[in-house]
Design a protein around this ligand. Structure first.
Ligand code: 3PG
Length: 211
């Protein structure tokens, strides 16, 4: 099964901001406890690389990727640290080309037909749609799916426990993503039980729709 099939099955990709690499493994374990085996650690903090490396080495059932990857150097650093997939807020040709050459699953952010056409021309079938709540949410994705029937979307930005089922009921949605499952505050304060409980609620929502 390829990583995108797994992502579809899991149905949700937590967007994780780690401020202290020491918290990465416990966060990953809490997500797994709640049934989520994907996490996107964002390159927004100094310790992102260390956090990815530590999850990749110590939490074997977690599929860890890097998010907020905005240049080639970050993509290389993330993969070197053990990232299994790359997510970007927009489409960087050098990042996408390098990932394709190195067989690394990549999800660039695309919200306009022109951006999606670029992704398609580069051979991609999966893209991020960010910020989903600003760019028209599910209605925009439905409209874009008419001309781009072969594309699956990973919407993030404004996804919540309340609207998650609406997103993942649509087969054009690869998975939904968001930070609400493990808010930076909960990670910083070590509220791992809250993270595991929130992940379990998300898992329940997904299981009712996909499996
Ligand atoms: C992202 O990078 O995908 C977003 O910051 C996630 O958005 P959210 O915080 O609204 O979930």
């Amino acid at each position: 099964m390829d990583i995108f099939e797994n992502m579809y099955k899991t149905g949700f990709v937590p967007v994780v901001v780690i401020n202290n690499a020491d918290n990465a493994v416990k966060t990953a374990e809490a997500l797994l406890k709640g049934g989520i085996d994907f996490m996107e650690i964002t390159f927004r903090t100094e310790c992102a690389k260390e956090a990815i490396s530590s999850v990749s080495k110590n939490v074997k059932n977690m599929i860890v990727g890097a998010g907020t990857v905005i240049n080639l150097n970050q993509a290389k650093e993330a993969v070197e640290a053990g990232a299994k997939f790359i997510v970007s807020p927009g489409l960087s040709e050098e990042v996408v080309e390098w990932c394709i050459e190195n067989d690394i699953p990549v999800l660039p952010g695309c919200v306009t037909p022109t951006e999606i056409m670029k992704a398609v021309s580069m051979g991609l079938k999966n893209i991020k749609f960010f910020p989903a709540n600003i760019y028209g949410g599910l209605s925009a994705i439905k409209a874009l799916s008419a001309p781009f029937g072969g594309i699956k979307f990973l919407p993030t930005g404004g996804v919540s426990e309340q609207n998650l089922s609406d997103f993942i009921s649509n087969p054009k949605i690869l998975a939904a993503g968001g930070s609400f499952v493990c808010a930076a505050k909960d990670i910083d304060e070590g509220n791992y039980d809250a993270i595991a409980e929130s992940a379990a609620r998300v898992t329940d929502i997904v299981r009712k729709i996909r499996n």
